[in-house]
Design a protein around this ligand. Structure first.
Ligand code: FAD
Length: 345
């Protein structure tokens, strides 16, 4: 797949930037660095050059996040910019700051972030403003320092094919988002001492969009995207009440997050935020239990990289058994309560 080359004027301005230097967007929520950013940091280090993190947020949040970011292994320096207007990640408001940073003479050759909703709105916007392409949801990368080109792999067709995409040296700043499940999280390093620098916020007075409110689903369970264990239910769970009554006790005993197939979400058994698959979340936990889920390719696209897949289905020919490590052909309404009791004991 050919990557669109940038305009000549822009390419000329960056002709001297050859050795890689990544700018990593450090995303955060509720005072913690998002785990996706830790995976993006691991990916950024694979370019083979320095990695500068950037923390953008409200004045209340940035100092705490900065302290956490300083302890991350692999960051050579950190930039931070705090302003009340950055308290919510509105792409139209944050992008002018990045555009300024990446303007003519910038030292950065790559802009990296997790493949989060916020980054998917921000990075392509900045890339388009700079007239360079962006590569999304990558699962592998290789940077050729001699030519200055970077080659990425990314899943396409719901994970049924892997595309290899090259951003040539003529793309002066290469933007990419990282599939978190494909890279391990960067660890902490108490002895890390990155250089820290504050950036003046760029005031935006004419944004076409503004943040009005955020509604977060509250749950005591682990977050679905990062949980080590996931118990997912499908259409077979019948309704919202039996979905909860059947799966919650099993998830409780395993300390697992609850997920759902799209059929279960569309039928109103589970919240939208719990959908796993091509149009839902991509997860790769240590244990994934698919209960009353047939195993359509769109569902597999979101969970087939799980380390151990356990399927319970009363149809022995259900496609889920083709990817399962452990399969139980049984009626889930008998098997799940029995399994839960056994695990409790
Ligand atoms: P079904 O296919 O109806 O399967 C139910 C299963 O439960 C069957 O295998 C049946 O044997 C079993 N069963 C029934 N009763 C019992 C019982 N008592 N005990 C045990 N087993 C029982 N789907 C997703 O999940 N995620 C996505 O992100 C997604 N994105 C999509 C995007 C597009 C563009 C399209 C076209 C589809 C997408 N889908 C997605 C939908 C997908 O194609 C399937 O329709 C969906 O995954 C089916 O959900 P299910 O397995 O719960 O239901």
């Amino acid at each position: 797949i050919a990557v669109v080359a940038p305009t000549r004027t822009f390419a000329r301005a960056y002709a001297t930037a050859t050795s890689p230097h990544a700018l990593l967007l450090i995303e955060h929520r509720n005072g913690a660095v998002e785990s996706g950013s830790l995976s993006a940091l691991t990916a950024a280090q694979q370019l083979g050059g320095p990695v500068t993190g950037i923390v953008v947020g409200g004045p209340d949040e940035v100092p705490g996040i900065l302290e956490k970011a300083k302890k991350l292994k692999g960051l050579t320096s950190i930039l931070h910019s705090a302003s009340p207007q950055y308290a919510f990640s509105v792409p139209e408001i944050v992008s002018p700051l990045l555009e300024k940073l990446l303007g003519s003479g910038t030292p950065y050759t790559h802009v990296v972030s997790s493949h989060s909703s916020a980054a998917k709105a921000l990075l392509p916007r900045v890339a388009a403003k700079l007239d360079v392409p962006a590569v999304s949801d990558i699962t592998g990368l290789e940077h050729d320092a001699s030519s200055g080109s970077t080659t990425f792999t990314r899943p396409i067709y719901a994970g049924n094919a892997i595309a290899t995409v090259r951003a040539p040296s003529t793309v002066p700043v290469k933007f990419f988002t990282v599939r978190s499940t494909a890279f391990s999280a960067a660890p902490e390093d108490e002895s890390a001492s990155p250089e820290v620098k504050a950036l003046e916020p760029v005031q935006v007075t004419d944004s076409p969009t503004e943040h009005i409110s955020t509604e977060l689903t509250k749950s005591d369970r682990p977050e679905l995207g990062t949980a080590k264990r996931v118990v997912s239910g499908g259409r077979a769970l019948k309704n919202a009440e039996t979905f909860k009554k059947t799966l919650d006790p099993l998830a409780d005993v395993l300390g697992a997050a609850v997920g759902a197939s799209r059929a279960a979400v569309d039928a109103g058994y589970a919240d939208n935020s719990l959908q796993v698959g091509q149009t839902g979340k991509v997860v790769a936990p240590e244990l994934y239990m698919a209960i009353g889920i047939s195993g359509a390719i769109q569902h597999l696209a979101g969970m087939k990289d799980s380390k151990m897949i356990v399927a319970i289905n009363k149809d022995a020919d259900a496609p889920i058994f083709q990817v399962a490590d452990v399969g139980l052909v049984a009626d889930l309404f008998d098997a799940v309560p029995e399994l839960t009791e056994k695990l409790k004991n």
